[in-house]
Design a protein around this ligand. Structure first.
Ligand code: FE2
Ligand code: FE2
Length: 275
């Protein structure tokens, strides 16, 4: 049997692009050049594509223009800064709403998707919908049910903005960093046996752990890291991207911190995301 050629995916995340707050655009442009050399089969942006697309439509429009520079296929899922956040607590500042969701879709297309490649099924989800009560949330659950049956036991790589949990799938605490536990359970009940990889963003830190036989890979941001006094250190704080080589049943996962990307610290941009 000829050896299977690996399907290669470059995951970028948390690109935080904006025309009027362009601090992180040069790093994205450097990524475009890196991708052009690597020529992966696919680039996936796992959200927070824009700086503040939840409130500023031009940030989404500009981010879309930036992605037009990629010369390989692209899939994207939104982050909380693109469509608003899931209501993990009652007073979330920018909750996901239909206008925000539809605006994102106008610029980036579907917020959840399925892609079949060789033996693998790649699924992208909009986890900000969880708990929103929007019609789109029910539609996405229906999509997941049909995706599970279409996968039919084939290995699944799941792309989500927020990691599913901190240490273990049975965690019950609710916070902004992870998928809410009730929805995580429902998601894992639907897909669990087939999921081999969960690729996430959002934390702006890299961590790779195999838990219950699933590789959970947190992608770094291409844009910036948060200083320790604003965010505890859970993994590696350095900008970069993830390189996946999909084999028959497993994936080789490599984090890359390219010297072409400046390792910005959010503290160096006092006008960004004031706390
Ligand atoms: Fe982010
Ligand atoms: Fe985020």
């Amino acid at each position: 049997m000829p050896r299977m050629t690996a399907f290669r995916v470059v995951q970028i995340s948390d690109t935080h692009l904006s025309r009027h707050r362009p601090w992180f655009v040069p790093n994205f442009q450097a990524m475009v050049r890196i991708v052009s050399v690597l020529q992966p089969d696919l680039v996936v942006n796992t959200g927070d594509i824009s700086f503040d697309g939840s409130d500023v439509e031009d940030d989404l429009a500009f981010a879309r223009t930036c992605h037009a520079g990629l010369d390989v296929p692209l899939r994207a899922i939104p982050g909380n800064h693109d469509v608003g956040d899931n209501p993990w607590q009652p007073d979330v500042a920018q909750p996901i709403t239909e206008p925000r969701l539809f605006r994102y879709r106008r610029h980036f297309g579907e917020d959840h998707w399925l892609l079949e490649t060789g033996p693998w099924v790649l699924i992208g989800l909009n986890v900000q919908l969880f708990g929103s009560g929007l019609a789109a949330e029910a539609e996405q659950w229906a999509f997941l049910v049909s995706a599970a049956s279409r996968a039919g036991g084939r290995p699944i790589a799941l792309f989500v903005h927020k990691p599913l949990f901190h240490e273990h799938p049975d965690e019950a605490d609710v916070n902004h960093r992870y998928v809410p536990p009730d929805h995580r359970r429902r998601l894992m009940d639907l897909l669990c046996a087939s999921v081999r990889v969960v690729a996430s963003g959002h934390v702006h830190q890299h961590r790779l752990r195999r838990i219950c036989d699933v590789d959970h890979c947190w992608a770094p941001s291409t844009a910036f890291v948060l200083p320790d006094h604003r965010q505890s250190r859970l993994g590696t704080k350095h900008v970069g991207y993830i390189d996946y080589a999909f084999g028959e049943d497993r994936v080789e996962i490599r984090v890359v911190e390219p010297p072409e990307l400046t390792n910005h610290d959010l503290d160096d941009f006092p006008d960004a995301y004031k706390h």
